[in-house]
Design a protein around this ligand. Structure first.
Ligand code: ZN
Length: 315
């Protein structure tokens, strides 16, 4: 069972301060009440930590100890995924660069975002590559990402991490606590199911293809004979909040639809899912068009009575 971010932060504050976990939780609740619930539990815990004078500046943290809201954090991890350097222009019109990578240790993995051109230079020169173990100091957490700016440091480590956790880390969360970048799973009710839209997808990579006359081409795979794929939105609610979720073709089939192209049949089958509680796993992204969070669903499971009982027993 995965510990929630909140449980981990309470444990850390408790250890660092010497107060019992219950006492820390009482303070967090008091803080939230004072702020009329406008702050998340994790956020309130950060405030309580700083009021107690706790900082993690001089500690080297394991990756699963890096929590949203933390600043000046130090960690070490092996680069398991390195994305191409991207150039962009700042608002002032200056050329700048950014690069995303994932690092892992034996506890977890995390997305790291590099903004400093000197740091990025080490990647361009191959001093930091996939497989390199890196030491990071003075990084900042933005939601669930570790951001490395010009006041931070990243360098190859003398240490080499061998066994690291490369699987996606899925954290169970309430919808109200969803943050952009989360890989998360949530038990929620289906409030609404919208009719699917269709698009042409590359048979190789499933990405949307562009059409010119009768010809279709994929940015990566060139000319292809496309597949017709469906995408639909549903609204999920777990009692803490609701969110718009995006279900692509496979996810719609996983949900239990058998007919996507027949609008009448779709409307009929939709009735089976409205109000149903299920477990949804996916990735939280920002929808830049609506400027809201949305939940891209990768997996759907029945909310089995057994697992409900297990969870009740754990509480
Ligand atoms: Zn393709």
């Amino acid at each position: 069972m995965v510990q929630s971010n909140y449980e981990r932060i309470i444990e850390k504050i408790s250890k660092a301060s010497g107060f019992e976990k219950e006492e820390i939780e009482r303070r967090v609740e008091a803080k939230r009440e004072k702020l009329s619930g406008l702050i998340s539990k994790e956020g309130a815990a950060q405030v309580v930590a700083s009021e107690l004078g706790i900082s993690f500046e001089n500690e080297k943290l394991k990756i699963n100890e890096l929590l949203p809201g933390m600043h000046k954090v130090n960690t070490i991890g092996k680069v398991i995924n390195l994305f191409p350097v991207r150039a962009f222009k700042t608002k002032k019109g200056e050329e700048s660069k950014v690069v995303n990578l994932w690092i892992a240790d034996e506890t977890a993995n995390i997305k790291v975002v590099l903004w400093d051109t000197n740091h990025i230079g080490m990647i361009e020169l191959g001093k930091i590559a996939e497989g390199t173990t890196v030491e990071i100091s003075n990084g900042s957490m933005r939601d669930n990402e570790l951001h490395i700016g010009s006041f931070s440091e990243i360098k190859p480590s003398k240490e080499t991490l061998e066994e690291v956790k490369t699987e996606k880390i899925i954290r169970k969360k309430n919808i109200s606590d969803f943050k952009v970048g989360d890989n998360t799973s949530s038990r929620a009710f289906i409030l609404q199911v919208f009719e699917p839209r269709f698009f042409h997808a590359c048979p190789e990579c499933n990405k949307k293809v562009t059409q010119e006359g009768e010809a279709f081409s994929c940015g990566q795979h060139g000319k292809v004979i496309p597949l017709k794929r469906a995408v639909s939105n549903i609204i999920l609610d777990d009692g803490t909040d609701s969110i718009r979720a995006v279900l692509f073709h496979e996810a719609l089939l996983k949900l239990g639809f058998s007919q996507l192209e027949d609008a009448g049949k779709f409307a009929e089958e939709r009735e089976n899912f409205l109000g149903k509680e299920m477990v949804f796993t996916g990735n939280v992204r920002n929808n830049s068009f609506f400027n809201t969070r949305e939940f891209i669903i990768e997996d759907i499971k029945e909310a089995e009575p057994d697992s409900i009982i297990n969870e009740l027993e754990k509480q």
